[in-house]
Design a protein around this ligand. Structure first.
Ligand SMILES: Cc1ncc(COP(=O)(O)O)c(C=O)c1O
Length: 402
């Protein structure tokens, strides 16, 4: 018997004191977007309209932001790494980052002033590729640790960016600890996409970097005549991505913000469990899921508070939900564009399709207010970052739905 999606909905109390959002306000994010816009690789990633799918599911609209087009790296993650590393170098040079371009930070002059730096990180693939890409562009070194079971294609793509990358014996959270230990021992700089007590500056910059994509999406929606979506599905590993997007929307729209639903794999559902327990809760073990980017067991401390204070619900999803999302986007309804979405990118689409169509989710759908007036925003955060696995799922039907 296959498991169903499990949901935990939360009542957000608007009057209680809540996590501060100044760092991820629209105004702040505009500054960071200005930094990204100076990259020669920069362009808006597409915002697709899925009218036919929306019609089929009984919704007024579905828009999907497609991050597989980000800087030629097939995932959104480089937005965070590039800004945080640029910001770190600007701080080391004692210059305001707004006065510097990424290009200058990679110049010989900047390097002469900074000396050779080694950036180190842990990753299931996408973040490490972003760190390696940015380190290469900036003329510095990178070391990347990946958890046991990581995809060899993803490892190879990180090495191609010039990083010294390896797969370790432990899980993602063990890889994070190793990166931290090695940095202390060797004098390297940790660029981790999650925060913990005493390590919050770089992860906060990484979250700000992710802000660029929601700022773009809101502008693209406005061109379509939509002020804001009614619902947003946000997939989460440690929750930095979800927290950044949630924070931006809560800061921009206050108590008129969209309904936001955090989506996780059931094997690594640390935010869903945190919502149930009412306290930041850690998931341990191998976290064996096809959603490699979401296989993280320890919530980012900054994001945890934002999601706790502003999000409306959490979904804990078996793997077939992501696989279904990948297949739906790969074989679109007539008139809709075809989208290549990887496992971690497609889980929101899979969950939405099941919530709208299956009778077992009727109450959940109604409580969330998903109906023919709803306009849903999905963010496909990666393309086929493991092309072999993508084909096993989309062509060969691995992880069939129930
Ligand atoms: C494709 C993809 N989507 C979503 C996420 C989730 O991001 P976070 O770990 O910040 O929750 C990741 C993280 O690596 C990812 O690679």
């Amino acid at each position: 018997m296959k498991e169903l999606i499990k949901a935990k909905l939360v009542e957000v109390r608007e009057d209680d004191p809540r996590a501060g959002l100044d760092f991820i306000s629209k105004e702040k994010v505009k500054e960071i977007r200005g930094f990204h816009e100076k990259f020669k690789e920069y362009s808006l990633t597409p915002l697709h309209r899925l009218d036919s799918l929306a019609d089929h599911l009984g919704l007024a609209g579905i828009f999907l932001k497609d991050e597989s087009h980000r800087f030629g790296l097939n995932a959104f993650k480089v937005l965070g790494a590039s800004y945080a590393m640029g910001r770190y170098l600007a701080q080391s040079l004692e210059v305001d980052f707004k006065e510097l371009s990424f290009e200058y930070l990679g110049s010989q002059e900047a390097r002469d002033r900074l000396g050779q730096i080694t950036f180190v990180t842990a990753t299931d693939g996408n973040h490490g590729r972003g760190v390696a890409w940015a380190a290469r562009k900036l003329g510095h070194k990178s070391v990347v640790y990946m958890p046991k079971g990581s995809s060899l294609i993803r490892l190879e793509n990180i090495r191609k960016e010039g990083a010294e990358a390896s797969i370790i014996e432990g899980n993602y959270d063990d890889a994070v600890r190793l990166a931290d230990e090695m940095a202390k021992k060797e004098g390297w700089v940790v660029v981790q996409d999650t925060a913990w007590e005493g390590y919050e500056d770089i992860p906060r910059w990484i979250m700000q970097g992710y802000g660029s994509l929601i700022d773009e999406a809101m502008e693209q929606l406005a061109v379509e005549g939509i002020e804001k979506p009614s619902h947003v599905f946000l997939q989460a590993g440690v929750g930095s991505f979800a927290g950044a997007i949630q924070g931006y929307l809560a800061s921009a729209f206050g108590n008129k913000r969209p309904v936001t639903i955090v989506v996780e794999p059931d094997k690594a559902n640390c935010l869903y469990r945190s919502a149930i327990e009412g306290t930041r809760t850690i998931v341990e073990g191998d976290m064996d899921t096809i959603m490699a980017g979401l296989a993280c067991g320890e919530p980012n401390t900054i994001s945890y508070e934002i999601l706790r204070d502003y999000s409306d619900g959490y979904l804990s999803c078996p793997d077939y939900v992501a696989a279904r999302g990948m297949r739906i986007l790969a074989a679109p309804h007539r008139g809709d564009p075809q989208i290549v979405a990887g496992e971690s990118g497609a889980v929101g689409a899979g969950a939405l399709s099941l919530l709208m169509k299956r009778k077992e989710y009727k109450d959940l759908k109604e409580t969330l207010g998903l109906d023919d007036k709803s306009v849903v925003l999905l963010i496909s955060t990666e393309g086929d970052t493991d092309p072999d696995k993508y084909q096993e799922i989309v062509w060969d039907g691995d992880c069939g739905s129930i």
